[in-house]
Design a protein around this ligand. Sequence first.
Ligand SMILES: Cc1ncc(COP(=O)(O)O)c(C=O)c1O
Length: 370
Amino acid sequence: MSSSFDVKDLIGERVRSLQEYAPEPPEEAALRLGLPVGQLIKLAANENPYGPTKHALAVLNGYSNYHRYPDAVSRRLRQAIGRYVGVDAANILVGNGSDELIDSLLRLFRPGPRGGGIAQVINCPPTFGEYQFYALSNDMEVVDVPRDEGFRVDVAAIGALCRADPRPKVLFLASPNSPDGSLLPDADLMRLLALPLVVVLDEAYIEFSGASSKVGLVKEQGNLIILRTFSKWAGLAGLRVGYGIFPDSLMGALWRLKSPYNVNCAAQVGALATLENLGEAKEMIAKIVAERERLTRKLREIPFLKVYDSQSNFVLCRAQGVSMETIRQAMERRGILLRYFSDPVLQDCVRITVGTPMQDESILIALRGL
Ligand SMILES: Cc1ncc(COP(=O)(O)O)c(C=O)c1O
């Protein structure tokens, strides 16, 4: 007997408003472009073109306990991260990418049926899309405070929002920010921390910047959370391993909320091995930073591009007088995949992940030919 209702009608309102996120995998892109997958140059997702360190690959290869469950609380990895960033392992939670930690911390504050929690999330677009996604999927209201044309955060507008409604809110800020690569000035961070906000500072790209991490502030500021990841500098995006540094007061609740085996064996082993042989990873970072500077200089020689300064492993360019569709076609004919945007503020922009010098040369040749 069929039921008297359609299950589809029971799906919550918030899920209906979400957009599916399904970027095209390289195999699909190769089919679409009629090219062998090995000929693609994928510089669309800020991945590390050099991959994991040799040491991490060797340790992953030699690991013999893939048939066992991983350590549910990532003891060894948290100790090693603690030494790497200079904080107590007791303040570190590891996640299935830092994406998962964005969700975990929002679930921590999600308002319950009898009130409490935090109802609003402040988002400062253009920025990483997952802040908005996870806020909406946790039934939280997203209040946008757009960045200015130089991608600077509007601290005054955030202050005004807090004065108009002093109920605490969660604020997400990436530093360096994606898609432009700019850092949040220290003075802005300090002004924001003085407001009734839980400030989540996402330092996914901090290793590529000249700036030091703000992890040291977490102990003294009860309302600061820092997110970091192994996806970019360590070349482990596919293993999904990120971490957060949280104030003491949140740790107990986070441990209770966390799903047991969220960080798999390969992720823990690969991240730990990367930290054991940091010299190799640091060489890779230095190569990427030097190449970012070279790429930026060369892109600036192309007359129709405005190239933003970046402190990250990508460079954002705005095209003037040449359509993005023309650029995309020229790139894709050569198998080059870059990041384009549907957001009206970024419609004439392309974000180029720093590749190897040879990969970047292909982009420059294609652009010069336009
Ligand atoms: C600002 C920012 N934060 C976090 C992430 C995701 O990191 P993870 O791979 O650790 O989930 C990205 C990935 O592109 C990012 O751009």
